[in-house]
Design a protein. Structure first.
Length: 164
């Protein structure tokens, strides 16, 4: 003989999420703040690229301490804004690599603008990113590869420490 079950009245009503249920609704595999950490690291990378090129242009060469500073800036931004996300240290390292390479390209564009007495935007428009990259490839030295790697290592470590 089949039995019939009655559901309680509270089970049929939809309830609004509370603060405790909303906190558990987010997947545990992606910590809260990861998106904010990535956005902060991206903004810091753009700022760092501009600062790296300006420092290099002002002293007429690249400086390892500036690469370390860019890596530290990107890593701290990712870690402080994003918390303990496992993705953030690697993302900070990659963004730091990109920022330092972009800073090197901007440094080349600043030098070309200074030599030709042209504006920076005009040089970037005439050369394009591909043209600046070609110039970078022809004139690259060991430090052009080493400094971004150092900055990426610093960004990785800083993001791990700051998020922790």
């Amino acid at each position: 003989m089949p039995q019939s079950y009655r559901t309680p009245a509270s089970a049929t009503r939809a309830t609004a999420p509370t603060a405790s249920t909303a906190a558990t609704a987010f997947p545990a595999s992606v910590p809260r703040g990861t998106g904010l950490g990535l956005a902060a690291a991206f903004a810091a990378a753009l700022l760092g690229a501009g600062a790296y090129s300006a420092i290099g242009y002002s002293i007429d060469r690249q400086a390892s301490y500036a690469a370390v500073a860019v890596g530290l800036l990107v890593g701290l931004a990712a870690g402080k804004a994003g918390g303990r996300g496992p993705l953030l240290p690697a993302a900070a390292a990659l963004l730091s690599l990109g920022a330092l390479h972009l800073g090197q390209l901007l440094f080349i564009a600043l030098v070309i603008a200074d030599v030709n007495a042209a504006g920076l935007i005009a040089v970037i428009g005439d050369q394009g990113i591909g043209g600046l990259f070609g110039i970078w490839q022809k004139s690259a030295e060991v430090t052009d590869y080493a400094f971004p790697v150092i900055g990426a290592a610093v960004a990785f470590g800083a993001a791990k420490k700051a998020g922790g």
